[in-house]
Design a binder for this molecule. Structure first.
Ligand SMILES: *Cc1c(COP(=O)(O)O)cnc(C)c1O
Length: 390
């Protein structure tokens, strides 16, 4: 059996190697390293894939979030509501811009931001909500958009883990995550579902004016050369990364489908084990006949396959798996409201019961496009062995 990896970038690369190298050769011989045609072409291709009017590439997913917030004109002191259970980048940029992060709890099934908790946290200073489509599953965008409309708030979707996932917005239309709110962001970090071979990110919006503002912000606040109308940043996707992304984008749906198949194999193997809660999949918004085995449903793109364990020691399970050369992850081990950098005296533990529990009982198993049946079976058998031994 091949050595099991949390993410197998090499195996995936081997399959697209020729195209990537050809792309690299072209960029190298053109020397159009920054703002070259590859970046523009990738931008249009991603716009088409997502069905969104504007994609603005940038340097990474953290910048993408920050620039989205700058583009919306959020001002110091404005409150921005986001989930307590997410990667720190989301809250980091809020704080960096001197906005006030307001962390709220998540739902016990999807691990995504709890719309009721959002409503409770709204004050006259609230300006925006940042839902994160955690682990590749869409947050409750119906409720979130409804709340935002009612209170005149912006919605910034952190789609770093959800690219390719889509949502039934009404009986006729499915829309890709990241294009439902006022603005969306993503990351092309190598291990993401659409990853490049370095850093990269992008911002999405259907708003022409916002897109124009953001295009200036990513380029030092310039709308005309050497005229700096607003304070901007320098945040660019480079042409070599764009080349990799152009090669991978046509495979994204099949990559995500493979992830769903792996998830399905895991879930099937764990059926009937009381101690394991397998990932919940938002089914009610999907096409008819949705099942967890659904072949066409793409509401969950399994950036991570995350189990919850009941009445067993999660950390011992991690150790047991690691001892059998099975890597696994704990995303995330500490709630953001307990992180030194983001503590706030307004927070009360009773408002974070779900996150406080998740940090103790979640475990993410290896998830990537190159897992084979032997590996999946070895992983599930070791998890089950541990649970039965307890
Ligand atoms: C990866 C990630 C980011 C940051 O992306 P970078 O490209 O690493 O800056 C932001 N939010 C979430 C939820 C992420 O998973």
């Amino acid at each position: 059996m091949k050595k099991i990896q949390m993410v197998d970038l090499k195996g995936q690369y081997e399959k697209i190697k020729d195209q990537v190298q050809q792309g690299f050769d072209n960029v190298l011989s053109s020397t159009a390293f920054i703002n070259g045609p590859e970046v523009h072409t990738f931008q249009s291709e991603l716009e088409e894939y997502l069905g969104v009017k504007h994609v603005i590439p940038c340097a990474n997913g953290t910048d993408a979030l920050q620039i989205a917030m700058m583009g919306l004109g959020l001002q110091p002191g404005d409150e921005v509501i986001t989930a307590d259970f997410t990667f720190a980048a989301t809250v980091e940029v809020i704080a960096l811009l001197q906005l006030t992060p307001v962390l709220v709890d998540v739902l016990p099934d999807t691990f995504n931001i709890d719309p009721d908790a959002i409503e409770k946290a709204i004050t006259p200073k609230t300006k925006a909500i940042v839902p994160v489509h955690l682990f590749g599953q869409i947050a409750d965008m119906d409720r979130i958009m409804e709340i935002a409309e009612k209170h005149q708030l912006f919605v910034i979707e952190d789609n770093a883990q959800g690219i390719g996932s889509s949502y039934q917005v009404n009986s006729e239309t499915r829309q890709k995550t990241g294009t439902i709110g006022h603005v969306g962001s993503t990351s092309f970090f190598p291990s993401k579902n659409l990853g490049c071979y370095g850093d990269g990110g992008a911002i999405f919006t259907n708003d022409d004016e916002l897109a124009h503002t953001i295009r200036g912000i990513v380029n030092h606040g310039m709308y005309t050369r050497y005229h700096h109308d607003v304070v901007g940043v320098n945040s660019r996707l480079d042409s070599l990364q764009a080349t990799v992304l152009r090669v991978k984008l046509p495979h994204l749906d099949s990559y995500n489908q493979t992830r769903r198949q792996v998830a399905n194999q895991y879930t099937t193997a764990f059926k009937g084990y009381e101690a394991i809660i397998t990932p919940y999949i938002v089914g009610n918004k999907c096409d008819t006949n949705h099942k967890t085995t659904c072949k066409t449903c793409d509401c969950h793109v399994f950036h991570q396959y995350t189990l919850q364990v009941k009445n067993i020691d999660r950390d011992q399970l991690v150790e047991y798996l690691n001892n059998h050369d099975i890597p696994c992850g704990v995303y995330y081990p500490i709630p953001l409201h307990k992180q030194k950098a983001y503590q706030d005296e307004r927070y009360q533990e009773k408002d974070f019961t779900i996150t406080n529990q998740l940090v103790t009982n979640v475990i993410s198993l290896p998830m990537h496009t190159e897992l084979d049946n032997d590996q999946i079976e070895f992983i599930t058998s070791k998890v089950i062995e541990f649970i039965e031994g307890k």
